[in-house]
Ligand binder design. Sequence first.
Ligand code: F6P
Length: 358
Amino acid sequence: MKRVGILTSGGDCQGLNAAIRGVAKALYVECKDGVEIYGITDGYRGLIEGDYRLMKKEDFSGILTLGGTILGTSRQPFKLMRVVDENSGDKIQRMKDNYKKMKLDCLVVLGGNGTHKTANLLSEEGLNVVSLPKTIDNDIWGTDMTFGFQSAVDIATHVLDCIHTTATSHGRVFIVEIMGHKVGWLTLHAGIAGGADVILLPEIPYNIEKVAKTLSQRAKAGKGFSILAVAEGALSVVEAQMSKKELKAARAAQPFPSISYRLAQELGEKTGQEIRVTVPGHFQRGGSPCAYDRVLSTRFGTAAANLILNKQYGYMVALQNNVIVPVPLAEVAGKLKTVPKDSDVVQSARDLGISFGD
Ligand code: F6P
C-alpha cells in the first residue's frame, strides 16, 4: 500500500482543487486500491499538529471548477520553522515525526515561495517531497507559469474593463490596485490586457513627476480619462533606495491605507484631476479557475503523480517552454522570479505608449 500525504500552504489561488484532483485521480488510476491519500488540514499547520484525514475517492470528484482548497490553508512563515517557543517545539522535527507516524511514502505540497523553502528543508531532512507551483503572483523560480495566475489576470482585467467604462463616462482618472507586494507579473499582464495608460510595478521604481506628466499630457490631448494599474508593492524611486526597515517605517508614518491612496493624493495635487481608487484585493484570488488554469493544474497534478509512481522525490513540477518538467527543490527554494526590466512584455507595453513612470 502506497501512502501519500497532500497539503496546500500559503495564500490560496484558483486551481488548487483541480491540481489536488489531478494528483489523486492519476494515482488511483495507476494504483487502483493500492494507494491511500491523506489530506493534511491547513497546510504545514496540519502536519505540525498531526491534523489529517484519510480521503475517499469521492472527495476528489466534482472539485475541478471549485475555488479555494478543500484541504484548507494557512501561512506558516519559514523563518519561524526552527524557532522553539513555549507553544511549539521545532516545527520541522514535529513534521518529520508526524510524517513517520502517518507512515507516508511521500508528501505532496502545493504552494508558493515560502512553502517551497520549507518543502526543500523537509526534503533535505530526508522526507520524500514532491511539489506543485501555485500562486496568483507567478513569481516561482524555475517555472514559466504557476497555476492561479491566469485566473487572477482575468479577474483583474475584468476590473480594469469595468473601470474603463465608468472612467470614460465621467472623464476621471482611476487607479486600480492589483495584488503583488514583491513582483508585478499580475499588474503587468492585467494592465496590458485591460488597456491601462500607466503601469507601476515593484521592479520599475516610478518618478511621481513623470506619472503626473503622462496624466497631464493625456488631458491636454483631449483624453478625458486615464487608467493606472498599480501593483500593491509599487515603489517610488526614493523608496527603492531604502532598506526594508526604512521603507516599513516611512510607510507607517503616512496616513494612507495603501500605495494607491497616496498616489491619488499626490497626483491629484500635481495635475488638478479628479482621481478615484479601486482595490479589488482578495477578489483576485477567489472563484473558479479559468480554463487555462484547469488544464495547467491538471497537467501539474498528473505529472506530480508520475514522479511519485517513479519514486522521483525532491522535485517541483514546472512548465518550461510549454513542457512539464521536474525541477529540483533546491534550485527553486529561496529565489524569486521577478519581472525583468527588459522583458519583451514590458517593451511591448512601452511600444504602445504605456508609461511605467520611469
Ligand atoms: O501571494 C499571493 C498574494 O495574494 C499576493 O499577491 C498578496 O500580496 C498577498 O498574497 C496577500 O497576502 P494575504 O492573503 O496574507 O493578505
